[in-house]
Design a protein around this ligand. Structure first.
Ligand SMILES: [Zn+2]
Length: 278
């Protein structure tokens, strides 16, 4: 006990240093707590993505229809053109997208390192226009650019440590992925903070506008999402909690955005790897 008392200040200092060194700054100047570096978030996300894609391929759940794939390739490719201009470090990302054949799921995501997915459920059930798809993918890409993935992974790791201690992590999870890669997968199911949402809304609408898509579609997209939120609601809304005045703020932003690209001139399509059925 006396020993522990003596050690306590040392331990406290170590923890404080670790937390301090884990602080980073987001593109909008907010300080972020990072237990996972953006670089290792990218490495671990790759493992998680490969495992997710393998499972989808086994279940034959990847869209093969060339028309659907082309539509998503064009929209995401234009967004990526703008993303790499604004965030040059993302030039080296392995930009990829999987279109997941799952009519019941209303969801889309982008992992650290530019690995994305969109579900047929959200496209079909909400009858999304190209402009609205651009807004949703722009928002997802923004989360990755602003290192929100690393932030969520940090939280997932803390959670995972708790689960492991409680013996509650499933054997399957432990077999397929270990440590940080599992955290990258779990992170997809964790909600973003409201501050992170506001950041992603702002960066996302700007990317979509610069890429040539109608900024007003951000407002209609969230309205559709809100309408669909009755009866359980889209998975998307459980991971993207709405800042209280999202519609209002986006409406105001849309007005400002117009000036950035008044003619909606479309950006060139940056190469994006389409993940499809083997
Ligand atoms: Zn979000």
């Amino acid at each position: 006990m006396t020993m522990l008392k003596k050690l306590w200040p040392v331990l406290a200092t170590i923890v404080a240093c670790w937390l301090l060194s884990a602080c980073a700054t987001s593109p909008t100047g907010r300080s972020q707590l990072m237990l996972v570096s953006p670089q290792s978030a990218i490495v671990e996300s790759e493992k998680a993505y490969i495992s997710t894609v393998n499972q989808l391929q086994e279940k034959q759940q990847l869209v093969t229809d060339p028309k659907r794939l082309q539509r998503i390739r064009t929209i995401t490719g234009r967004l990526v053109s703008e993303a790499v201009k604004k965030y040059p470090s993302s030039k080296n990302w392995q930009w990829s997208v999987a279109v997941i054949d799952d009519p019941k799921t209303l969801n889309a995501w982008c992992m650290a390192g530019g690995r994305m997915a969109i579900y047929t459920g959200i496209i079909d059930q909400l009858q999304l226009s190209d402009d609205e798809i651009a807004q949703i993918m722009g928002h997802e890409i923004a989360h990755a650019l602003a290192n929100h993935s690393a932030e969520r992974m940090s939280r997932a790791m803390v959670m995972q440590a708790g689960l492991l201690a409680a013996g509650a992590a499933t054997e399957q999870d432990q077999l397929t992925l270990a440590g940080a890669a599992l955290a990258a997968k779990l992170a997809l199911e964790l909600p973003n903070s409201r501050t992170a949402e506001t950041e992603a809304d702002r960066i996302g609408i700007e990317l979509a506008t610069l890429a040539g898509y109608d900024p007003q579609a951000a407002v209609s997209l969230w309205q559709k999402m809100g309408k669909a939120s009755g009866g359980g609601g889209p998975e998307f809304l459980s991971t993207h909690p709405a800042p209280g005045n999202r519609a209002k703020t986006l409406g105001r932003l849309a007005q400002q955005m117009r000036a950035l690209n008044p003619t909606q001139r479309k950006s060139p399509v940056h190469p994006v790897n389409m993940v499809s059925q083997r």
